[in-house]
Design a protein around this ligand. Structure first.
Ligand code: 4AD
Ligand code: MG
Length: 498
């Protein structure tokens, strides 16, 4: 049979086995003996279960160790950082079943929670029966290797969540998402869903992916159905959104406090450790609020979410502290309890110029700050997060409120040590004439923003908001060095494998 003629699970197993193991793997049960309801008890719950309780443990084998008269299996189901130690006394399970208990295999063990003599765990699991659902050929299982590099793990993103590091990252990601919704919900913010397909460029940076049905894919070559935008699906050019802000503003001017939390897309051709083409952004928008209110919310928000994660994800964060970023817990605790430094862009630039540092990119008033500048300010100069405000208008988006000086706008960036910019936000320009002039000045078509301008025609109000890059926050709280490693499937220039 060729590799591509797989029909039944049994064929597959025979196929993937080295010849010497075929005998063992061919005895795989073809039907499952245990009910397959969704799991209500996890390994994390078994750790809280009293010794002497009968239980079943479901998961994937992480490692296996055989010693005289006993086999130890480390079992994980992703529910917590710790693996459950399964103890199998020699002779308890069939030899044919024992052979299937290799790294990567999915298994159910039946048995009993017992007190553990081993250090670092109160209980372990004494197995009396087992069922292997899917074996994993140890010769071929990609996660078998110890000490795999982050680069290698990116190539097997579909499997890396089974390992310690990525299991921890994805648990923190999940808890952070929950903490964010909780934070806003408790403060009366409405969660709004802003569109993913849009016709307007919020940031005016032109780094947008087009959404079109004009392009037809035939085998390996691309053909155009038409070249006229009017023939396209929406009858005009449309894009994946770079930010939900403009639509969130429309909803805030009616619902007062809203936030959107969704995927955003940027076709910037920058392959850095901090940029993704698809990332998630949290964008609160507040009516009757100015830049000071915006700054206060950003600070309270970051500190609350970080404290929540310190409380709820302690074992995962301890692991990051040990293996990924020394001092992580210390800095997170510091951030959660101390205020951020507030500086204007002008003050920040003056500090950078006086620093005597030999930056790769020189700093002048009016230039955008590079990551090296942001990191110097937060890491070297201040030693904690910095909120930088009042940037020159020419390096910021059209919607930011103009200051009296006519040169700077009511912008704010929150800069974090190790990461640089983590939040970008501003007070919004609420004056119709000033906003129209700005849109025209930056070369955007006024007609396309008629609905956005309507907000300034009818019941305009001072309002403000910001965008937090979710993956940048996750880099900050996990200490992971590359943004590709805090999202399950990363999209970067030249890379969209899965
Ligand atoms: O500073 P940005 O471009 O701001 C906005 O999009 C505003 N419309 C937000 C608002 O006021 N509602 O992006 C906000 C944040 C950045 O501070 C950064 O954390 C993150 O989004 N970000 C990225 N994260 C990953 N990959 C990229 N390519 C990113 N670009 C921005
Ligand atoms: Mg920004």
């Amino acid at each position: 049979m060729s590799r591509f003629e797989l029909r039944t699970p049994k064929d597959f197993i025979l196929q993937t086995l080295a010849p010497r193991q075929r005998g063992a793997f061919s005895c795989l049960p073809v039907s499952y003996t245990h009910s397959m309801e969704y799991r209500k008890t996890y390994i994390k719950d078994l750790f809280e279960t009293a010794p002497g309780t009968a239980a079943s443990a479901f998961g994937w084998v992480k490692t296996r160790r055989d010693s005289k008269g006993v086999t130890f299996v480390q079992l994980s189901d992703g529910s917590c950082f710790k693996d459950l130690q399964i103890v199998i006394d020699a002779g308890t399970l069939d030899e044919s079943l024992m052979k299937l208990l290799t790294t990567g295999a999915s298994v159910r063990f039946d048995g009993e929670i017992v007190e553990s003599p081993a250090a670092g765990q109160a209980v372990e699991f004494k197995a009396t029966a087992a069922e292997v659902y899917g074996p994993a050929d140890p010769e071929k299982y990609p996660l078998q290797k110890k000490g795999a590099t982050m680069e290698f793990l990116r190539e097997i993103a579909h499997l890396r969540g089974r390992g310690n590091t990525f299991g921890a990252v994805y648990r923190v990601r999940s808890e952070a998402s929950f903490a964010i919704h909780k934070f806003f919900n408790e403060r009366g913010f409405h969660n709004v869903h802003t569109p993913i397909i849009t016709a307007s460029d919020c940031e005016g940076a032109g780094a947008m992916f087009a959404v079109s049905t004009l392009l037809e894919a035939h085998d390996e070559t691309f053909k155009m159905r038409s070249l006229k935008p009017a023939d396209d699906f929406f009858g005009k050019p449309a894009y994946l959104t770079v930010s939900g802000q403009l639509e969130a503003e429309t909803l805030a001017l009616g619902m007062t406090n809203v936030y959107t939390f969704g995927p955003t897309f940027r076709a910037e051709n920058s392959s850095t450790s901090r940029h993704l083409a698809e990332f998630w952004m949290i964008e609160p928008e507040m009516a009757f609020c100015d830049l000071d209110g915006d700054k206060a919310l950003a600070e309270e928000f970051l500190r609350t979410v970080i404290q929540h994660l310190l409380d709820k994800c302690a074992p995962d964060i301890e692991f990051f502290n040990q293996r990924i970023e020394p001092e992580l817990i210390k800095t997170l605790e510091h951030v959660a309890t101390s205020g951020f430094e507030h500086l204007t862009y002008t003050e920040g630039v003056a500090m950078l110029k006086e620093s005597g540092e030999n930056f790769e990119f020189p700093v002048e008033w009016g230039t955008d700050l590079q990551s090296e500048h942001e990191r110097w300010l937060t890491e070297v100069k201040v030693g904690r997060p910095v909120i930088l405000t009042d940037y020159p208008k020419d390096i910021k988006a059209f919607y930011m409120r103009m200051n009296e000086d006519g040169r700077t706008v009511r912008a704010m960036d929150v800069l974090a040590p190790r990461i640089g910019e983590i939040i970008g936000g501003s007070q919004r320009e609420e004056r119709l004439d000033v906003l129209e002039a700005r849109i025209t000045e930056v070369g955007l078509p006024l007609e396309a923003y008629w609905w956005y301008l309507d907000l300034r025609r009818f019941g305009s109000v001072p309002h403000a908001g910001f965008g937090l890059g979710f993956e940048r926050l996750l880099m900050y709280v996990t200490g992971m060095k590359n943004i590709r490693d805090v999202i399950p499937y990363f999209r970067t220039p030249g890379s969209a494998e899965f």
